[in-house]
Design a protein around this ligand. Structure first.
Ligand code: SAM
Length: 246
């Protein structure tokens, strides 16, 4: 999979993605991150890519020309128009299902804004998806693009050592993951739940599923409504709810 990142700060992306799991995936050739410096397309000797907003107001706005030219440079390289994600606090809030959808693509272009944002005209011309990473405002789209790339990369076969682990994590099935434990068996007087030491795999699976349901009800009750539950699990939830209301 190829991620193309249009940015004014390519070094920020390069330093971020070349570490840990994404770094290994790049080394193995499973993913490729192609950073494109929008400033290289400034078209003036000062490298200026922003200007004052028409109508007045605070801050600067990224000009459409350099953004469009940097986009065209990628299109010429790959020969077709892929999905273009503009990272913006005004976009749809990113979630795991979007990561799953994006992971099916061969190429994705990420457009990172800075300052007050980007001239609307070029956004209308090239952007296919507006994505936010949450209801807060950051200084630029670089960190958000890395968040999305990270979540998408780990769904691509071969990126994680164990592909099964991505399948059963939080948000799979709209449930949060069960609690995890490792050695030692006792830490400062707190013991690992007995069932996990039993070697009884069906019982362990059942315990984990119940823990997932309990945890989701407690931390993210909004998710549980869309979770894929068996009739028995629905009854388990109802019994917990009625216990709580007594
Ligand atoms: N003036 C813009 C507004 O009010 O919507 C905010 C601009 S912000 C300071 C600069 C850039 O950071 C944006 O163009 C966008 O690329 C990025 N950005 C900031 N917050 C973000 C968020 N929550 N999710 C995704 N991108 C974000």
């Amino acid at each position: 999979m190829n991620f193309h990142v249009l940015t004014l700060f390519p070094e920020m992306i390069d330093q971020g993605v070349h570490t840990s799991i994404t770094g290994r995936a790049i080394d193995k050739g499973i993913i490729r991150v192609n950073t494109v410096n929008i400033r290289d397309f400034a078209g003036n000797k000062y490298g200026q890519v922003d200007d004052y907003p028409y109508g007045g107001g605070a801050g600067m706005v990224m000009q459409p020309g350099p953004v469009y030219q940097s986009y065209q440079s990628v299109i010429q390289q790959i020969g077709y128009k892929p999905r273009v994600i503009y990272l913006t606090p005004q976009g749809n809030v990113f979630h795991q299902k979007m990561a799953e959808e994006f992971s099916q693509d061969e190429d994705i272009i990420f457009l990172c804004g800075h300052y007050e944002g980007i001239d609307e005209r070029v956004l209308e011309m090239i952007v296919t998806d507006y994505v936010s990473i949450g209801d807060y405002v950051l200084t630029g789209g670089e960190l958000p693009s890395m968040v999305v790339m990270d979540a998408v990369s780990r769904l691509i076969p071969g990126v994680l050592n164990n592909d099964v682990s991505a399948e059963f994590e939080s948000f799979h099935d709209n449930l949060l993951e069960y609690p995890q434990y490792t050695r030692p068996v006792e830490f400062m007087g707190k013991k690992v739940p007995e069932i996990l030491l039993s070697g009884n795999h069906p019982k362990v699976e059942q315990w984990r599923r119940e823990q997932s349901i309990l945890r989701t009800m407690k931390q993210r009750p909004d998710l549980i409504k869309s979770a894929n539950l068996t009739e028995e699990e629905e009854r388990f939830i109802q019994s917990l709810k009625s216990k709580n209301t007594k």
